[in-house]
Design a protein around this ligand. Sequence first.
Ligand SMILES: NC(=O)c1ccc[n+]([C@@H]2O[C@H](COP(=O)([O-])OP(=O)(O)OC[C@H]3O[C@@H](n4cnc5c(N)ncnc54)[C@H](O)[C@@H]3O)[C@@H](O)[C@H]2O)c1
Length: 355
Amino acid sequence: MVKFGVIGCGAIHSVHCDALQKIAGATLSGVFDLVPEKGAATGSKYGVPSTETLDELFSMVDAVTICVPSGLHAEVGIQAADAGKNVLVEKPIDVSIEAASRLINACEQNGVKLGSISQHRFSKSVRRLRHAAQSGEFGTLLEGDAYVKWYRTQKYYDSGDWRGTWQLDGGGCLINQGVHYIDLIQWIMGGVKSVQAQVRTAAHDIEVEDIANALIEYKNGATGVIQGSTSFYPGLAERLEVHGKHGSVILEGDKPKLWKIDAEAAAEGLYGGGVLMQPTPSLHLHDQTDEVANAVNDPTALWGEQHRLQIEDFALSIVEDRDPEITGRMALEPLKVILAIYESSRNGGARIVIQ
Ligand SMILES: NC(=O)c1ccc[n+]([C@@H]2O[C@H](COP(=O)([O-])OP(=O)(O)OC[C@H]3O[C@@H](n4cnc5c(N)ncnc54)[C@H](O)[C@@H]3O)[C@@H](O)[C@H]2O)c1
């Protein structure tokens, strides 16, 4: 039984606490928040101690999940690593490469596991799409697009001092909201080589961007688009669109809207069988594998379930002494893309090559 502590009892922490109650090999053993009343409320809700100090929490657990503001992830994570605790940190890993690298080094030096949440990687349809992209099903990969056109009110940004700040949020709609799908598209396509971007603050009274548009070049030569926003009422389901020489896949809200890969049909006649005007799951998924068709009803798309799967994998990585599925080093990749987008925008849309 791996004993977990949850640090930071704000908006996301209950997803972690609820998940820990459903994982056979893990248990929630304690919680801590800088604001004692918040820790106490969570402690009494879940029937576990809320400690007065981090050290007290560390003395009763094997691992912690970190749910504090993004720009404090490394600072808190390093304290946990130095105390010999395994660290699962919320996304993004931190807001700078320097801080994230310090956290990675501290975990490596202390011989503890480090994972970073990117729960949509546990969606069945996302995993199936990555397999299709990386196993050559698409033929040559041509394009990978991620659209995260969400909506947040000014009240959302005013609900926490850290929200919408460079120092603690690290940016706006890309690093806080878009990071999920930026991680997915870079993972599916096999890594980003360069970006050219424009970001702006258009609809909120905040320091950071609430609209972002970026042109992407992937390491394999494919191109793509990343669009992020927290300005577009009412907020749309996020989309991933992947195109290769042999077909196209669209996921919306982690579910397939279109899954059409067919090397022979793609080479037919002059137009490859015509244009799909209204792709619908019923029309265009029936001729694909059951595995893909079943993903339309993907149970992992339910809120909270993907966190449960990732926290379960992290607990198992401790028991089995292996890397978790999403390591700290993997979490550097979406952060690099986002920071390169900001750099490009600051430099008039210049092409920034990612190191
Ligand atoms: N994976 C997801 O889908 C998802 C969703 C929401 C938030 N998040 C991430 O979770 C993190 C927290 O976001 P939130 O919306 O829950 O924020 P929040 O402001 O609602 O909660 C943060 C909590 O941390 C506490 N805190 C601050 N500094 C602390 C410290 N040094 N030690 C202990 N507690 C401290 C605050 O008192 C507060 O209760 C962010 O990094 C965010 O990006 C992830």
